[in-house]
Design a protein around this ligand. Structure first.
Ligand SMILES: *Cc1c(COP(=O)(O)O)cnc(C)c1O
Length: 420
C-alpha cells in the first residue's frame, strides 16, 4: 500500500516542479491584488470600532457601511453592498437582476445557459414561483462560439433585435466544459454592448472570478457585479453572504430590492460582528492565489496521468475552477470521495450523489469545509452524468491542495483507475 503513496508523492513533486513559472505568475498577481485591498482598508481608515456588533435595525452601522466602501475600492468601482443577508451567490445575482428589470424588459444572456441554480430563478426551467419570467421579464440567450468565446456577431444582432435592458455575462465556467471568460475578453464584449445598445446595463455573475486577475469586470466597463462571500472574496473566513458591486445608483436599487424601497441599505444589523468579512476580504488575494496554485497542480498531475483537464496547467486562469474528465462514473465518484477524505472537517464521511436543490442532475459534492459548502475551501463537485467531469475548486492553503492531490492519486491508483 505504501508503494502507491510514494509513487503519488513523486508524481505530485514532479507536477510541482513543472509549475515553477505558473506559480511565479500567481505570486505576482497576489502581490498586486493584495496592494489594492490593503490600500482600500487604509483609505477607509478601518479601525477596531468597525468590528463592533450591532442589533435590531442597525441604523448607522459604521461597520456595515465601511465594509461596503472598502469592498467597492477592492473591486475598483463606485459602490458595493456586502451583506450576510444575501443567503448565497444565487440570491445576490437574482436580487440584482430583479432590481434592474421591470415587467416587459428583456434580459439577454451573452454567455449561453446560465449557472444551474439561476435557471429556475430566471424561469428557464421548472415552474418556480416568483421567477423573473413570472414577473413578465423576457429572456433571450446567445450561445458561446464552439471555442467558448462570446459570439460577437450574434451578440450584435441580438442587441439590435431585442433591445435588452440588461445584458448578462457569466465569467466562470460553472458546470460547463468551456474556458472561463477572462477580463480582456469581457472588455471587448462590453464595448460592443456600449456601441450597439448604450442604454443596456451590463451585469456580471462574478462568482469564482474575484482576485484571479489584476482587474475586475467593473474596471473594464461592467455596471454591476454579483457574487458569493463563501467563495473568493470571503477569503475563507466570511461565514455566509453575498455582494453586489458597481455603479452607485444600481447598488442602491439592489439594496431597495433586498430590503425595501425607501429603506434600502440603511437597515440591517449583524450581531456576530463583521470582523470575519473584513479579515476575509484582506486575506482573499492570498487565499485565491492558494486556490489557483492548487488548481494548476491538480491539472498538471492529471495531465501527467493522461487525463483531459480544463484549463490546462499552463493556461491563463480567470477563475479558481479546475475541471477534470474521468473515464467512468466510478472513477469520478472515487475522486470526489478522496477529496472529502483529505479534508480537515468531515474527513470520515463518504459523499454520495443527491438531488441538490436548484440542480438538474444528481450531484456529488465533496465539501469537508469549515464553512458549510464554502467552495473557496478545497471542494469537488460533479454532476453524475456523462462525460464524468469533476469540478474542483478552492484550497485555503496550497500545502493542503498538494496533500489532497497526493491522496487522490494514491486512491485512484489503488483502485487501478490510473496507472502510476
Ligand atoms: C457558485 C456560483 C453561483 C451561485 O452561487 P451560490 O452561492 O452557490 O448560490 C452562480 N454562478 C456561478 C458561476 C457560480 O460558480
Amino acid at each position: 500500500m505504501k508503494k502507491f503513496d510514494e509513487a503519488a508523492a513523486a508524481l505530485v513533486a514532479q507536477a510541482q516542479a513543472d509549475l515553477a513559472q505558473v506559480c511565479a505568475r500567481i505570486d505576482a498577481l497576489e502581490q498586486e491584488n493584495q496592494a489594492r485591498v490593503l490600500r482600500a482598508f487604509q483609505q477607509e481608515r478601518v479601525a477596531a470600532r468597525h468590528f463592533a456588533p450591532t442589533t435590531g435595525y442597525g441604523y448607522d452601522d459604521v461597520g456595515r457601511d465601511t465594509l461596503d466602501k472598502v469592498f467597492a475600492l477592492a473591486m475598483g468601482c463606485e459602490d458595493a453592498l456586502v451583506r450576510p443577508q444575501f443567503a448565497s451567490g444565487t440570491h445576490a445575482i437574482y436580487t440584482a437582476l430583479a432590481a434592474l428589470l421591470l415587467p416587459g424588459d428583456t434580459l439577454l444572456c451573452a454567455t449561453g445557459t446560465p449557472y444551474d441554480t439561476l435557471e429556475q430563478a430566471l424561469g428557464l426551467r421548472g415552474g418556480a414561483q416568483g421567477s423573473l419570467a413570472d414577473y413578465g421579464v423576457q429572456y433571450r440567450q446567445i450561445e458561446l462560439t464552439p471555442e467558448g468565446e462570446v459570439d460577437h456577431e450574434a451578440l450584435g444582432q441580438a442587441l439590435g433585435r431585442f433591445g435588452p435592458a440588461v445584458v448578462y455575462f457569466q465569467r466562470s465556467r460553472g458546470y460547463a466544459w468551456r474556458q472561463s471568460l477572462c477580463v480582456a475578453q469581457l472588455e471587448q464584449a462590453f464595448s460592443l454592448v456600449r456601441q450597439a445598445a448604450p442604454q443596456a446595463l451590463i451585469v456580471v455573475d462574478n462568482c469564482y472570478g474575484e482576485f484571479c486577475e489584476e482587474r475586475e469586470p467593473t474596471q473594464v466597463g461592467a455596471d454591476l457585479l454579483a457574487g458569493s462571500l463563501i467563495k473568493n472574496p470571503g477569503g475563507g473566513l466570511a461565514p455566509c453572504g453575498g455582494y453586489v458591486a458597481g455603479r452607485h445608483g444600481l447598488v442602491e436599487r439592489t439594496a431597495n430590492r433586498l430590503i425595501a424601497p425607501g429603506i434600502g441599505r440603511e437597515v440591517g444589523s449583524y450581531a456576530a460582528s463583521y470582523l470575519p468579512f473584513y479579515q476575509g476580504l484582506f486575506l482573499a488575494p492570498h487565499v485565491t492565489a492558494q486556490s489557483l496554485k492548487s488548481a494548476a497542480l491538480f491539472a498538471r498531475v492529471f495531465e501527467l496521468l493522461g487525463l483531459t483537464t480544463l484549463p490546462g496547467s499552463q493556461d491563463h486562469r480567470t477563475d479558481i475552477i479546475q475541471a477534470v474528465r474521468f473515464s467512468s462514473r466510478e472513477a469520478l465518484l472515487l475522486f470526489c470521495q478522496s477529496i472529502q477524505a483529505a479534508a480537515p472537517v468531515d474527513s470520515f464521511v463518504t459523499p454520495e450523489p443527491w438531488d441538490m436543490p436548484g440542480y438538474a442532475h444528481q450531484v456529488v459534492m465533496a465539501a469537508g469545509t469549515f464553512v458549510q459548502g464554502a467552495s473557496i475551501e478545497l471542494t469537488a463537485d460533479a454532476p453524475m452524468t456523462e462525460p464524468y467531469t469533476a469540478y474542483l475548486q478552492g484550497a485555503l492553503t496550497y500545502a493542503h491542495g498538494k496533500l489532497a492531490a497526493q491522496a487522490a492519486v494514491a486512491a485512484l491508483a489503488r483502485a487501478a483507475t490510473v496507472r502510476l
